[in-house]
Each structure stands twice: as C-alpha cells, then as structure tokens.
Write a protein that binds this ligand. Sequence first.
Ligand code: MG
Length: 283
Amino acid sequence: MTSAAPQPTTIDRLLERYEALLMDAWGVLITDAGPLPGAVALVDHLVRTGHPFRILSNSASRSREESVGNLVRHGLAIAPEHVLPSIALLGPLFSEEELIGARCAVLGPAGSVEEVRRAGGVVLDPPYEEVEVAVVCDESGYPFVPTVDSVVNAVIRQVERGSSVRLVVANPDLFYPVARDRIGLTTGTVALVIGTLLRHRLGPAAPDWILLGKPERRLFDVACEALGTRNAVMVGDQLETDVLGAHNAGLDSALVATGLVRAREVEDWPGPAPTWLLSDLRV
Ligand SMILES: [Mg+2]
C-alpha cells in the first residue's frame, strides 16, 4: 500500500481544519534543553482560545501530577486535564481485566509505583515470590539485573505452577532520542529482555505483553473520547509512535521537524506516511 506524500502545512491551518489538536511532549513541546521554539506560545494560544487539545506521551516513569508539573516547569500553561501519559491507562486496564487487588511487581521509580497503587494493584517488594502482574514502567528506579532476574523467575514459577500472570509494559518505546545523534535504552527494551528470557524457558506458554501507549490506539481513543471529537490531528516527532499510533486510531498526523527525526528516516519509513509536515509550531 502506498500512501500520499506528506504535505507541508502550518499550525494555523491545522487549527482551522481540525477540531482538536493532539500533541506529543518530548521532541515536540520540550526537550532537556527546555521548551522548543513556539511551544509556549502555542499552548498559551490553545488555552486562550479554548481550542481542544491533549498532550499524549509515552510516559510511565512519573505520576500524572509529576508529568503535569514537569511540563509546567518548562513554561507550558497547562492544566492536569490537558495531559494524558500512557501510565494513565493503567486504571482502566486494571478495572477491565479485574486486576484490582492483584499482587504486582513494578519496574520503575516512585511515580510509577504510585500509579500502579492508584490503579488498584498491590505493589510487592523484591525479591518477588507470587507475582500476578508484572508492570514495566521505566528503565530506572531499580537495580536492573537483580530486579529483572527476580521478576523473570517469579513469572516462570507462576506459569509452571499453572497460575496466570499478566505482563504489562506501560511505555512500549524501545529507545529515546538522547540527542540528534544518540539514543538511549528505555522501557520497551526492558520488556524485550524479560520476554526473551521467558520465551527461552516457557516457550509458547510465555505470557503475551499488554502494551499501553503509542503506537497502540487506546491513548488516542481515550483522548478523542474526552475531547468529544475524532476530528483530531496528532502532532509528533516520531514515526514509530506518533504517526503510526495516529494511523492505528484512524487519525491524521503531522510530523514536526523540530523533533529528532531525520529527513532520510521519513523517506525510508515503510509504515504509513504522516499526513502533514510541520516545520515549526509557530502560530
Ligand atoms: Mg517525541
């Protein structure tokens, strides 16, 4: 299947065309160096005009309050309801899958642990014995090798005993762009490591992962439902998460050049093309 080449556009034209704006945070609004050019003014404009928007991030290392605080510290005048990190999907998941009260191993820092508790999980301390749910939220906040070993062996014991175990990765990103020419390992890769070990020992009996966050469509669906429209466009800087996720949800996307994607990656990308190309966020 070929998709049409993305067309250059501006934020103003997107705001005219779409009822709601969905935006990624990292690489679109902020980086380690602070807000990206035009980000503060764009958010001010959206808040002032009441144009519906949500910030959709694959973020599971912070509590929701910490995510909002982080963006506010960067000068973005947002309210808590404007931010939808992937970890916010844990609550609905635990309810739907009847995991309230389940014994959980949580791989992540304090904010992640807080969100698993808020979703209804009972958080265990390592070394793990009877784990019912393993939730991988981040690559930081725990001693990597002993924690991964402990989770893997606990899951193997449970499965071999015939008990069911759920594996959840609350941010499926394999890496994050540290800088234009450097990447770093993140949450999805931790899940890959655990999954590889489980498949080695358990074969087809190894549990499948439940993926929360982009490019799964659920984050987009939750945002559109909250905003009351599916006439929305996703502004992002990554093809594998923002653009593919919007496509999976049946939404248009705009790839912003202020992020870390390289022109060649767009040309070589075998997935669905972004609908639009944005050179910056200026309104
Ligand atoms: Mg990004």
